[in-house]
Design a protein around this ligand. Structure first.
Ligand code: TPP
Ligand code: MG
Length: 578
């Protein structure tokens, strides 16, 4: 076995046989193929960032830890290697925690590394600088949490964090590194020997043969089968196998938001535009890396219609089965292994999907697409969501390789419905929680990890959660085009304060704000667009030039609806609105 090399700390120039905590953490990450750190500097990790950069790692400094954390999380999703976020103690740690919890909820592998205060003072609550028992706080919000107290344990600590993040169902891991650890010194050879290269961090989990047979028997018996692809299927990077399964079965498929593009939305079997019909009328549903959570109405109720359903579920986590409704054919294993096993057992003469069903799904899809088409083609000012999205839809059609980041309410729900995706893992959005604030962090990591241009389509409220990172985009000169759908507020810009006071209503912002000026302030390109044609020209120019660009897209303030497409989740008061 090769002995890992260690980077020598500067202080050790006179003592070449020494290393320390700073350098052991860097060496442990590098040994495991982690080359980028997303973070915000400060005590006790400023020098750590400097040393990591000196050692050839990419250390990307953000303006707020939540955005760095979101960047790390989506880097993990895109690469299947944990993304690393680095923060200072207590407040920086807490700022990173939302992203860690969100990563865990969405099954994105990431590691939050935070410096922390001195244990002996924290444990006695003696009021240390940024004192907090961070390990205890992090534990319920992630898959695993570890603290390393001795330099000699850094190798094993980093190894455990990596394995915990990517094995089984991926998620967030917290690694607590007290300030004192960084300057702990040890013999360089012993340090090198203490490092651990994780072997097979996400081992295949092969499904049982009888479970595969049970799933196929059920699928074969279906009169109205449906396949639902979740972002777990996109994460698996088993694109060819999944496509082969869908095409061999002939079954209509429905992509969840971040699974759009795994097979093109324009694929003849795609039932995206006939969602209500297929959910209501299907009789056997195969879930691939999709959970029956609120996004699928927990697998029951009106959304799922009256016809009895039987579910086949492919998931790596056995606990996912029967979480909401009975799963008739659970298939536990990693998606690549499960889909391969299904393909193998399907053999050469799998029957075609019943043609009355596929025909009905197709005609519903064509009907809905035709209904929407005229709304996407209007070239008027002010723009409404559909006309603005119509031009972005064409942009993505012409440039299917770009990455689309999307958040907001109407801006999210309508973009998801309107913009067809053509390639896997090109759509990154608010995920399971519908969280606002992922925009700039996701865009920055997507650009850095893939080298591809990024189009971030942002509600004006959504953008505000991470908007300061436009400076980061300019500083690193990233090929990111941000389009702010500016309707002067949350859902709409037209609410008034029903109490009659001077304060604005709770959901509205400064009218006619010029978000484009924010990008100009840092040397990027700012554009104001008032028609779909102007918008398309500006986005094309941005993606061609690869210059950081922000387009303020002026949207009719009255065009949106409350909470986009999930207004039904708002609790209602018995007292009528004034
Ligand atoms: C962290 C977080 N805070 C608050 C919310 C509630 N929320 C949902 S959508 C939204 C903003 C919607 O406005 P905008 O982004 O402008 O989209 P629009 O509907 O106007 O297009 C907010 C604040 C949330 N989802 N996540
Ligand atoms: Mg808005």
């Amino acid at each position: 076995m090769d002995t890992p090399t260690v980077t020598k700390p500067k202080e050790a120039e006179d003592a070449p046989d020494l290393t320390d905590g700073f350098h052991l953490v860097i060496d442990a990450l590098k040994l495991n193929g982690i080359t980028t750190i997303y973070g915000v500097p400060g005590i006790p990790i400023t020098d750590f960032g400097r040393f990591a950069q000196a050692a050839g790692m990419r250390v990307v400094s953000f303006r707020h830890e939540q955005n760095a954390g979101n960047a790390a999380a989506i880097a993990g999703y895109l690469t299947k290697t944990p993304g690393v976020c680095l923060t200072v103690s207590a407040p920086g740690f807490l700022n990173g925690l939302t992203a860690l919890a969100n990563a865990t909820t969405n099954c994105f592998p990431m590691i939050l590394i935070s410096g922390s205060s001195e244990r002996e003072i924290v444990d006695l609550a003696q009021g240390d600088y940024e004192e907090m028992d961070q390990l205890a706080v992090a534990k319920p919000l992630c898959k695993a949490a570890f603290r390393v107290l001795h330099a000699a344990d850094i190798g094993i600590g980093v190894a455990r964090a990596i394995r915990a993040a990517v094995s089984g169902r991926p998620g967030g891991v917290y690694l607590d590194l007290p300030a004192k650890l960084f300057s702990q010194v040890m013999n360089a050879d012993a340090g090198a020997k203490s490092l651990v290269k994780v072997i097979d961090p996400a081992p295949a989990q092969i499904p049982a043969q009888d479970a595969v047979k049970r799933a196929l028997d059920l699928l074969k018996s279906a009169k109205r089968p449906l396949i639902i692809l979740g972002k777990g299927a996109a994460y698996a990077q088993a694109d060819d196998k999944i496509r082969a399964l869908v095409e061999k079965s002939g079954v209509p498929f429905l992509p969840m938001s971040m699974a759009k593009g795994l097979l093109p939305d324009t694929h003849p079997q795609c039932a995206g535009a006939a969602r209500s019909t297929v959910l209501q009328e299907s009789d056997v549903v195969m879930l691939i890396g999709a959970r029956l959570n609120w996004l699928l109405s927990h697998g029951k109720g009106k959304t799922w219609g009256k016809a009895p359903k039987q579910f086949i579920q492919i998931d790596i986590d056995p606990k996912e089965m029967d979480s909401n409704v009975e799963i008739a054919a659970p298939l536990v294993g990693d998606i690549t292994s499960c889909v391969s096993a299904l393909l193998d057992q399907m053999g050469g003469n799998w029957p075609a999907s019943p043609s009355d069903w596929t025909g009905a799904v197709n005609s519903k899809r064509e009907e809905n697409i035709a209904k929407m088409a005229p709304r996407l083609m209007k070239n008027s000012a002010p723009m409404d969501f559909h006309s603005a999205l119509g031009s972005l839809r064409t942009v993505v059609k012409e440039r299917p390789d770009i990455i689309l980041v999307n958040e907001g309410a109407n801006t999210l729900d309508l973009a998801r419905a309107v913009i067809d995706m053509y390639q896997p893992r090109r759509r990154l959005d608010v995920g399971t929680w519908g969280v606002m604030g992922i925009g700039m962090g996701f865009a920055i990591a997507a650009a850095m990890e893939t080298g591809k241009p990024v189009l971030a389509v942002e509600g004006d409220s959504a953008f505000g959660f991470s908007g300061m990172e436009v400076e980061t985009i300019c500083r690193y000169n990233l090929p990111i085009c941000v389009v702010v759908f500016n309707n002067n507020g949350i859902y709409r810009g037209t609410d008034v304060n029903s109490g009659g006071g001077a304060d604005p209503a709770t959901t509205v912002f400064v009218k006619g704000a010029r978000y484009d000026k924010m990008m100009e302030a840092f040397g990027g390109v700012g554009v104001q667009a008032t028609t779909p044609d102007e918008l398309k020209r500006a986005v094309d120019a941005a993606l061609d030039s690869k210059k950081p660009t922000l387009i303020n897209a002026v949207i009719d303030p009255g065009a949106g609806s409350e909470s986009g497409r999930i207004g039904n989740l708002n609790p209602q008061s018995v007292i009528k609105k004034k």
